[in-house]
Design a protein around this ligand. Structure first.
Ligand code: ATP
Ligand code: MG
Length: 501
């Protein structure tokens, strides 16, 4: 009998950070030419495992990784590249001020007598972009001007040029819209066909069932299971991930939209927003849907004063509202920004301070402005518990948290304020299924208590599961206003693509 050797063998992989055992003796195999999915709750250890394979983090003594039977011990990212292992992190590593071809051929620039041969460079870039069905990308374009999905294509092209036999992707679709994600899946499938092995991390289970051949579950740093995708069910997978049963994806709705709380008329901002008018009611979840670039993110920013307006009027409870962070604060409007790494948290501060940041003056300081640590602890403790933020201590720097736990801190910071109106941009981006449910429950609970929510989201199931009404945007305009009960994903997409009601 011949035993088929696995492509990659992970044996007894461990990693400890101060106060956290991120990986505890994890062992499993990855088959050649498979899309191998890696799933688990926020903080389960997925990114840590990936960083070890990518040479960015060193594992504990006694850990072992083999590729094609040979010991694989990258000491740094360059070692990994030499072994034909490429990693696409969520925050990508491209140089924004250089062109596509420079990024793709970095360190491999074709040259004659010391001079770079630009025409060969262009040709090579064109050829690799063609294999990715992306010949529409001009090799001379500067990467900083690309959309996020296009940047991903450039990252994959880089991996192809590197002749990678193993490609690792950490939540590649977290910031992509549906069309971009589908283009990515096509590329992943054709890479698999050409024999590339792929390790794929995602919180979107639909994708896992769509793409993966095999799936590994990690929980709290432990290996729970590795199985062919055909042998797992969605609910079984979720149960393994979170260690308990999850009966449904969305909580029951008990909110009843009432009187108007926010009114928006004729908002205009360059090409971003064109003649936007709508009203928001107490007890209502109003969703805004649209592809990336549709203006839905700009609308969120405009409501908070983060986008200059050419025209438009707003009222909160019948009083004129001039969008600005300070007027928003006065009117009890809170904003969860889309780019949480940059705008939502302060990486170098503790979890405690981040969670209390928006309420330092109102809930934490005494009359003289002196901070009361006990009160600050209480504010932080409440959110850590409510959002199940995984950390050994609230003194931990946010930069040391897992991606999803950083998201939770950004959200917790908003929730601490106790606002009347929430403007939430992509509130569950990068958040695991268990906590997603908690966040949905929180949103519906706020609505049931007569607060109002503007939910700006790229996830249509989430929109349909939570919203009362849906505004669909395309090219800065509202193309439809739909009742969530009477519409479907297909109809929303139709309007998102530009059809008018
Ligand atoms: N540099 C670090 N210092 C201290 N602790 C860390 C560091 N990096 C990760 N951790 C901890 O290790 C654990 C695993 O984190 P990891 O980033 O691997 O999780 P993950 O499965 O990728 O989660 P997510 O889905 O949220 O991205 C977490 O508890 C995290 O807080
Ligand atoms: Mg991660």
């Amino acid at each position: 009998m011949t035993v088929v050797q696995p492509f990659l063998r992970i044996h007894n992989l461990s990693k400890t950070y101060p106060g956290v055992e991120a990986l505890k003796g994890v062992s499993f195999d990855i088959c050649r030419g498979h899309v191998h999915a890696l799933v688990g709750e926020n903080g389960a250890g997925k990114s840590t495992l990936i960083k070890i394979l990518a040479g960015a983090v060193l594992p504990e003594h006694g850990s072992e990784v083999r590729i094609d039977g040979k010991a694989y011990k990258p000491q740094n990212p360059a070692d990994a590249l030499k072994a034909s292992v490429s990693t696409i992190y969520q925050n990508m590593n491209l140089m924004p001020d250089r062109t596509i071809m420079f990024n793709i051929l970095l360190g491999k620039e074709p040259a004659h007598s010391g001079l770079i041969d630009f025409s060969v460079m262009r040709e090579k870039t064109q050829a690799v972009l063609e294999t990715l069905n992306a010949s529409y990308l001009d090799p001379d374009r500067v990467v900083g001007s690309l959309k996020i999905g296009e940047k991903q294509v450039v990252e994959i092209a880089k991996a192809l040029i590197n002749k990678s036999k193993f490609l690792i992707m950490d939540e590649p679709t977290a910031a992509l819209n549906q069309a971009e994600a589908e283009a990515l899946f096509k590329n992943i499938r054709s890479l698999r066909e050409s024999g590339v092995t792929i390790l794929y991390v995602s919180h979107r289970l639909d994708e896992i069932f769509d793409l993966a051949d095999t799936v590994t579950v990690l929980r709290d740093g432990h290996h729970i299971s590795t199985r062919p995708i055909g042998e797992v069910t969605r609910s079984g997978l979720v149960e393994e991930m979170i260690g308990r049963k999850l009966s449904s994806i969305f909580p029951d709705k008990t909110n009843h939209p009432g009187e108007e709380i926010l009114r928006v008329e004729g908002l205009n901002s360059g090409k971003h927003l064109r003649n936007i008018s709508f009203s928001l009611h107490r007890g209502e979840v109003l969703a805004v849907a649209g592809l990336s670039g549709s203006g839905k993110a700009d609308l969120g920013k405009a409501l908070f004063g983060a986008l200059p307006l050419d025209a438009g009027s707003l009222w909160v409870n019948g009083r004129v509202y001039h969008p600005s962070p300070s007027d928003a604060f006065k009117n009890q409007i809170i904003f969860l920004p889309e780019d949480r790494k940059a705008d939502g948290v302060i990486q170098e501060l503790s979890i405690r301070r981040n969670l209390a940041l928006s309420v330092l003056h109102t809930q934490v300081a005494d009359k003289l402005g002196i901070l009361n640590t006990k009160k600050e602890n209480k504010v932080a403790q409440k959110q850590i518990k409510a959002l199940e933020i995984k950390t050994p201590s609230m003194e931990q720097k946010v930069s040391n948290l897992s991606g999803g736990n950083q998201q939770k801190v950004a959200l917790g910071r908003c929730l601490a304020v106790d606002p009347e109106i929430f403007i939430l941009m992509e509130p569950t981006q990068g958040i695991d299924v268990g906590v997603k449910f908690e966040i949905y429950q929180f949103i519906l609970q706020q609505a049931a208590e007569d607060r109002a929510i503007v939910l700006i989201s790229s996830e249509l199931p989430e929109i349909l599961g939570l919203a009362d009404r849906i505004l669909v945007m395309n090219e800065g305009r509202i193309t439809a206003e739909l009742s969530a009960e009477k519409t479907s994903q297909e109809e929303i997409l139709q309007y998102a693509l530009g059809e008018s009601e």
